[in-house]
Design a protein around this ligand. Sequence first.
Ligand SMILES: [Mn+2]
Length: 317
Amino acid sequence: MAARLIEIDSELGAGTRGASLGIGALKVAAANKGIKVFSENPSMQVETCNDLIWEEVDTPFAKRIEGINRIFNRTCDAITQVIDEGQFPLVISGDHSTAGGTISGIRKAFPEKTLGVVWIDAHADLHTPYTTPSGNVHGMPLATALQLDNKSCQRNEPSPETVELWNQLKTCGIHANKLSPDNLVFVAVRDTEPEENSLMSELNITNHPVERVRTEGAEAIVENILDQLAHCDHIYVSFDVDSMDCDLVSYGTGTPVKNGLTPQEAQDIISGLIASKKLVCFEMVEINPCLDEKINTMAETAVDILKSSTDQINQIY
Ligand SMILES: [Mn+2]
């Protein structure tokens, strides 16, 4: 099965502008390094609606949620199309909100299969319009997939319009359950709010913190993840580049966080998961070259991971 790149230059879910330029930054990095991942693999573009950034925000607890809804549906359709055509979806997206559409598409393509999700990220992305401190939807994609409101930690009063659009995000692609908390594994999550901590402990969601990756090694972590997800038919890996250490790599991402993974640790975990032969989709998000204090270092680091992951997927699947 050949990998097909799905490029989504999404911007609307982030709080800082520039995530939509992440794909361009990856292409520049690839060209400068002589990496042919973009010329050797077929690709498709999901149409976005970034012009909405110029409009007034009228849903402060889920900013631009109407446009994000459209992109959710288009992402969902792109994923199902690629899977139906017998290709392996490899998503490169701007802000992480689109991952809710990715999960919707995988579930729509395989409604009978059990999906495991490995979320490699500094953040838990479990907020909802009821709990968000920022209103940025890139902090909410996993709550859409888990179909949670988290009203027991409610701090906001979202408008009826927001609630309606939020409910549409939760049911995008498939009305049935999309993801069970037991089948979700975090890696490197280290910057969470109390509302998210409460969900993580209530739902007993596993996180493999950076220190554990470092002391036990990537191989042991992968083994542990695959053990937990042994009953899952498929695994989807979503790799937010902010999982990596911003001081070591670069600040070229929407919400950089210190004390993260090294690029090698991230690469080793991703590679071990691909080797399981259970992967159904790989995704890379949140490169923001406008915030990169070392010119294009985040994209230059990420493109190496993209290249080796794509090659490995093309070999194994
Ligand atoms: Mn994220």
